[in-house]
Ligand binder design. Structure first.
Ligand code: SF4
Length: 135
């Protein structure tokens, strides 16, 4: 058995609690609060305690889906990205960039969420960006 831990930051809200993710044989199996973190001092809320559970959840989408004739069908990443880019360009070209909105996810890392808001603001040209942690 190969057991390791990785220090990281909770993605669920802006508090930024630190914890160690426990990894057993390549699978994330648990969360241990970081006692030396000045933010949470060894404490976590219920969301933080269970943050590891979504990683290997069998219901998690691992491939993009495109709706065709009313049905969501699996697509490869190139097709999905081409489809999304063409739709974003079409809508922004017709009605302006503020006709688009971007919703980020607590299931992404802070770095991924940063890139996402940068894409919305600097790439597309809209400040219509929000995050599910505020819902
Ligand atoms: S553990 Fe709870 S309070 Fe701390 S960052 Fe995560 S969601 Fe926020």
């Amino acid at each position: 058995m190969n057991y390791t831990t990785a220090l990281t930051t909770c993605t669920y809200c802006g508090c930024g609690c630190n914890f160690y993710l426990e990894v057993l044989d390549g699978k994330v199996i648990g969360t241990i609060p970081c006692k030396t973190s000045p933010t949470n001092e060894g404490k976590l809320c219920i969301k933080g305690w269970n943050v590891h559970e979504f990683v290997q959840n069998p219901k998690r989408l691992t491939k993009p889906l495109i709706r065709k004739n009313g049905q969501l069908l699996e697509a490869d990443w190139e097709e999905a990205l081409d489809f999304t880019a063409s739709k974003l360009k079409e809508i922004a070209g017709k009605d302006g960039p503020d006709s688009l909105a971007f919703l980020a996810s607590a299931k992404l890392s802070n770095e991924e969420n940063y890139i996402y808001q940068k894409f919305a603001r600097a790439g597309v040209g809209t400040n219509n960006i929000d995050h599910c942690a505020r819902l």
